[in-house]
Design a protein around this ligand. Structure first.
Ligand code: ADP
Ligand code: ASP
Ligand code: MG
Length: 418
């Protein structure tokens, strides 16, 4: 008898029919003797709808109020799912984040989970009751509602699994596992039976949105066995079969698997990126800090950073960030930073994408970067920035080439083949 946390994404609870299907699935696991905590997202499209309502009222919505609004999507699905379970004769109770409680910091719209009080959930589990907990939301020390950033229900589920010491966290979604790349872009993409935690974290940071990156961080930190699997299969699929399906994130590299593993195991793309360049700044100690310090203080995340070779004591510094943050960052640099560092100008390009290849095998193989660059060159795709880690190579390119780049890299590294 295992303790399992099951998360169901927006598409999986997108209609009443699908919520009934989810209830069926949960009831099946419950009948097999497992103790279950279930974490649904909002119905698909609902969070976007709520955010646009807010944007219609205030141009730059107040973050505290935005969280009050955005969190309601999940409050509806926990209630509906608990009712669907009750209708099947399964004991179930719904909880908002604050009822559990899922304590977070106060960074509204991108809060981090600090602690989960799992006492109430344990009582339910002991009583044979399924606890249905709202994903994406928490509460801060002051009692204010917070949300965890887009895709945050993944993180809610893995964090709950960590707090409860669950045997597995199952992320049910609209694909049947983690693929070599987004199967919506490359239909030839293949499902991976296992993926190492290190690869998954690189894939997530490279833009593969199948799991929110923070959920992967939690899985790694607390060694939560996490599986990505489909919610769209027949709900009557036998539990034993479903338990083996999908993609399992592993923490130790199986030496036999590693031998056979492809050098590159995945390709990912991150759209909605922007690039800012600060031109002709004096090349002297402290300049990167003078530029990026205020950006960090404003809570803006910077991704790839490149400082060019200096000429005549001057250099250019470029960095990428989320497209939505670009106007604010440029304004800040012009108003607060430019007068101090005496750069020539600050420019921005908001049509960038980052395309990455990821694979543990890169650690022991030479020539992977060269092959990646050659493949892109053959398609006439200009690389604007490059960044690497031990098991990932990322390039920043014009967004209009993102899909093409993913396709040609997927093929060049033979990811479409067994
Ligand atoms: P949910 O609503 O269940 O959280 P998401 O839309 O957040 O679902 O994530 C699932 C989607 O992630 C898939 O439909 C797929 O298009 C996309 N995706 C991107 N990269 C990958 C990948 N490498 N493997 C599988 N799915 C991926
Ligand atoms: N409903 C939230 C979103 O759309 C959280 C989630 O789906 O994980 O981002
Ligand atoms: Mg998601």
């Amino acid at each position: 008898m295992a303790l399992i946390v099951q998360k169901f994404g927006g598409t999986s609870v997108g209609t009443i029919e699908r919520i009934r299907n989810v209830a069926w699935r949960v009831a099946k696991w419950h009948a097999a003797g497992h103790r279950l905590v279930v974490v649904p997202s909002a119905m698909s499209g609902e969070t976007n709808r709520l955010l646009s309502l807010a944007a219609g009222v205030q141009e730059h919505p107040d973050p505290r109020e935005l969280d009050v609004i955005a969190s309601t999507g999940e409050q509806v699905t926990v209630g509906l799912l608990a009712m669907a379970l009750l209708a099947l004769g399964v004991k179930a109770r719904s909880y908002a984040g604050w009822q559990v409680k899922v304590l977070t910091d106060s960074a509204h719209t991108r809060a981090r989970i600090v602690k989960i009080d799992e006492v109430r959930l344990r009582q339910d589990l002991e009583n044979g009751c399924v606890a249905v907990v709202a994903g994406f939301q928490g509460v801060d020390q002051a009692g204010d509602i917070t949300t965890l950033g887009r895709g945050g229900s993944d993180t809610s589920a893995v964090a709950l699994a960590a707090a409860l010491g669950a045997d597995e966290c199952q992320i049910y979604t609209d694909v049947d596992g983690v693929y070599t790349t987004d199967p919506r872009i490359v239909p030839e993409a293949r499902r991976l039976h296992t993926v190492t935690f290190e690869e998954m974290i690189e894939m997530a940071s490279a833009g593969s949105k199948v799991l929110q990156i923070r959920s992967v961080e939690f899985a790694g930190k607390y060694k939560v066995p996490t599986r990505v699997l489909s919610s769209l299969t027949d709900p009557k699929l036998p539990v034993a079969e479903e338990a083996r399906s999908g993609t399992l994130i592993t923490f130790e590299e199986d030496p036999h698997m590693a031998m056979e593993k492809a050098v590159v195991s995945g390709v990912a793309a991150q759209r909605d990126e922007a690039k800012i360049t600060v031109h002709a700044v004096p090349d002297k100690p402290g300049i990167a800090y003078a530029i990026l310090g205020p950006i960090a203080d404003a809570g803006i995340n910077v991704d790839v950073i490149v400082q060019n070779v200096s000429h005549d004591g001057m250099t250019d510094l470029s960095f990428t960030l989320s497209r939505g943050d670009m106007p604010k960052a440029i304004r800040m640099l012009n108003e607060q930073v430019k007068p101090h560092i005496k750069c020539r100008e600050v420019t921005g390009d908001d049509r960038m994408a980052k395309v990455s290849i990821v694979g543990l095998g890169m650690r022991s193989h030479a020539g992977i970067a060269a092959k990646m660059f050659r493949t892109l060159a053959e398609e006439g795709i200009n690389i604007q920035m490059i960044s690497t880690s031990e098991i990932k190579i990322s390039v920043v390119i014009d967004e209009k080439y993102a899909e093409l780049a993913v396709r040609v890299l997927h093929k060049a590294f033979e990811l479409d083949q067994e």
